[in-house]
Design a protein around this ligand. Sequence first.
Ligand code: B16
Ligand code: MG
Length: 214
Amino acid sequence: MKAFIFDLDGVIVDTAKYHFKSWKIIGKKLGFELTKTQNEFLKGISREESLDKILNWGGISIDRMDKKKYMKEKNLIYKELINNVDKMDILPGVNKLIDFAAIKGIPIALGSASKNAHGILKKLGIQNKFKVIIDGNSTSKTKPHPEVFLKGAQMLGVNPKEVIVFEDSVAGVKAANTAKMVSVGICASGKIENARFNFKSLDDIPLEFFENVI
Ligand code: B16
Ligand code: MG
């Protein structure tokens, strides 16, 4: 294994709960009650695709202008919620794993669907730890399409088969598997479907796991 690619929301920082909160508010405005189970399918996919899913689940039809309005509003709510995010919000095990990668000379990349990724990494103060940052602004297809991870591997100059991807979403694990990378699901309350390995948090991964796969 020659490189690590980290998802952002739900792996590095617990912002997944803020995406859920914001979509719940937008759902309510549309007369739709978004459930936790449905929210699992919004993880890792783009803002527009998330709204499309909500509209579809609710059997709601709105025009293009209104769609733009709700997407903008969702992002405003989300940005307000993440306003105070700082390094204290970095999830357990992240810093330890970043340090481990540095010691072993393993380059790391970010592979996120979010257009807010750069801003969030800056707030966390770990932007410069990533050799490559691929986010919602640098891709045209979103997870489960593998573009985000393939681009990451290409920019790191490694073979996709030599990359470990850490993901908290079904869409992201699918994207990593399609890219022929080693998918590691991170989920506190169960397992991510089809992930090659599953752990409750990055902190739960024993360092021997890396010694073995490396
Ligand atoms: P934004 P990740 C994803 O980030 C989130 O999981 C997903 O819920 C969100 O809709 C998507 O980013 C787009 O985010 O609205 O900030 O552009 O998990 O791929 O890091
Ligand atoms: Mg995620």
